[in-house]
Design a protein around this ligand. Sequence first.
Ligand SMILES: [Zn+2]
Length: 374
Amino acid sequence: MTKRAYKERFYPTSEQAELLAQSFGCARFVWNNTLAYRTEAYKQRGESVSHSAAEKRLVGLKAEFPWLKDVSSVILQQTLRDQKAAFDNFFNPKLKARYPRFKRKDGRQSIRLTKAAFRYRDGEITIAKTRTPLPIRWSRPLPSAPSTITLSCDRAGRYFISCLCEFTPQALPITPKTVGIDLGLTDLFITSDGVKSGNPRHLKRYEAKLAFLQRRLAKKQKGSKNRAKAKQKVARLHAKIADCRRDAAHKATRTLINENQVLCIESLNIAGMVKNRHLAKAISDAGWGEFVRQLDYKATWAGRQVVKVSQWFPSSKRCHGCGHKVEKLPLSQRHWHCQGCGEPIDRDINAANNIKTAGLAGFACGATGAGAAA
Ligand SMILES: [Zn+2]
């Protein structure tokens, strides 16, 4: 048994939308107020505020701001638990999480509900203080009753419900096939089988439109209705791009997991690379992080293995056929003839083959530090 989140869209009734707006606002207020208190306590007196102290303080907040009582108390308690988790992550040196941030009114809004604040019956979910079930557009039935639900509204004004459910993953029948995967810019990925994914360069296609909308937004007067409308349009386009990108990644990772038992992939320092401005836009556009994340969890569920190869392994410069290594290889050079064996080399397919060889030979992440950056 493992836990998995099932995310669906829903279309709230006006009564529900009103309660949700109120709940989002209260949760945001409690989050921000508590975060400010914690930050000040630390800065002024070097104290860290415990979770139980924050819970006690919530009682005082409710007395001071009676409108907080209009929404389910479960939501506010959960907000404090989420903030505790955010601080726990921040203080965990392994996670390198950043300091919890204030929630903005114009950002994505969300609340989490535990079982005490919603009812799940006959495949329908009703939240506390409302009578009608949430009009959810189910894409598939839930495998079990959810233990927690997260309700959110993104910057494009779309509502989502994410249900955390227990489910039993089905391992796929074992296959002898293995593959090496090189992550690229022109193509999202290239496999050792010679498959080039192509890259749905959504940002590029929509870039002109986005630039146009953003220019128009910049000209609108601050605080005006037209500005809010223009902002919404930009947010919608961003949401559309993100959706297309995620869908493309889901299709690709599903195929790769179905077809291969062992998948070797370069371990990328994506955070470090995105800091390099030239590559940054293309990389975040290509969505490597999301791709690897999907590959990892789908592999775990299907009983497949993802082998991460050290990013310092010289995967591009070494000829896969004969092992000859070129000294210099500018990023722009995509094809050449190997000086060792004379074979024509496709940079990306060659790299994917090297990653496969390295992964299968057990050059797992961190095992080899030698060699130049590829
Ligand atoms: Zn060669």
